[in-house]
Write a protein that binds this ligand. Structure first.
Ligand SMILES: [Zn+2]
Ligand SMILES: [Zn+2]
Length: 283
């Protein structure tokens, strides 16, 4: 997985020099993911998993997650350092978070669980206490949780149901970051923004609100970005980027295609569309 990601980032930096710095950041980030000592353990009750998922609940719920505080702290410190070195926004705030972390003033176990459960309150409070923007702290926590969940998947954690037709992840309940069309029929698969699981989904249905009325669904493309479009829904103002692997190449790591097409997110936001903030059951 690491090799594939790094290779694609390198190709991208060569093809789009404007993304050089971003690619360097993600290169360090994925190296960090790869080197990290695992800090999340999940305990799934196999008997309960399938019936729960058949009711539309993701496999995981917050009470199944156990974080190792010491290993999480080491990872989080390294993550803040990578962000600091790559000139990500809010240098002073990153420093403030690092100081709070080292002083034992960031309860990562509680905060990571809050991110998983989409409970913003503890995150806002912790951000306020350290003087960082809640959005920055949430980004760091989400990145750390994503790394941990991806590690669990690499070690064999997987969904217990095959026919999942929800717009959120069958494994962790996360929202899709991007979708792929593949195969002769152009089957649509969504990829989770958090754990990178992917699952097939109706081609002409909004992932955010389930709208399938063709009159209010549309898409746009951008010049110089072949094999990529943005599906939009006028009913809920949600959007989703879609890459066509028949044009762009098979087997690309979609999380990198997401980075490669950041300008499409800007275009979508400018038109008033968002990635959606749908609440998911059981998460
Ligand atoms: Zn997921
Ligand atoms: Zn919609």
């Amino acid at each position: 997985m690491l090799e594939k990601r790094l290779q694609r980032l390198q190709e991208l930096a060569t093809a789009k020099p404007a993304l050089n710095e971003v690619c360097r950041f993600y290169t360090c980030l994925y190296r960090l993911f790869d080197n990290a000592v695992p800090f999340l353990q999940v305990e799934v009750d196999d008997e309960m998993a399938e019936p729960r998922q058949k009711q539309g609940f993701p496999l995981l719920s917050g009470d199944m997650l156990t974080f190792d505080p010491a290993a999480a702290q080491i990872f989080f410190a390294a993550l803040l350092q990578v962000m600091h070195e790559h000139g990500q926004q809010g240098q002073d705030e990153l420093q403030a978070l690092q100081t709070a972390l080292q002083a034992g003033n960031l309860n990562l176990t509680e905060l990571l669980r809050a991110v998983f459960e989409r409970n913003r309150e503890p995150i806002s409070q912790a951000a306020e206490a350290t003087g960082a923007q809640p959005a920055l702290l949430e980004y760091c926590l989400t990145t750390a949780l994503g790394a941990a969940l991806q590690r669990c998947r690499a070690e064999g954690l997987k969904t217990q149901v095959q026919n999942w037709d929800q717009g959120y992840c069958p494994l962790c309940g996360g929202l899709p970051a991007i979708a792929e069309l593949s195969g002769e029929e152009g089957q649509k698969r969504l990829q989770c923004s958090l754990c990178n699981s992917n699952w097939s989904f109706h081609r002409l249905t909004c992932t955010h609100c389930g709208n399938s009325d063709h009159d209010s669904l549309a898409y746009f493309t951008a010049e110089g970005e072949p094999g990529c479009r943005v599906d939009i829904c006028r009913k809920c103002s949600g959007y989703l980027k879609v890459v066509d692997s028949r044009e762009r190449g098979e087997g690309l790591p979609l999380e990198i295609e997401d980075v490669a097409t950041l300008h499409l997110d800007l275009l979508a936001a400018k038109e008033g569309f968002s990635r959606g903030k749908k609440e998911t059951p059981g998460a």
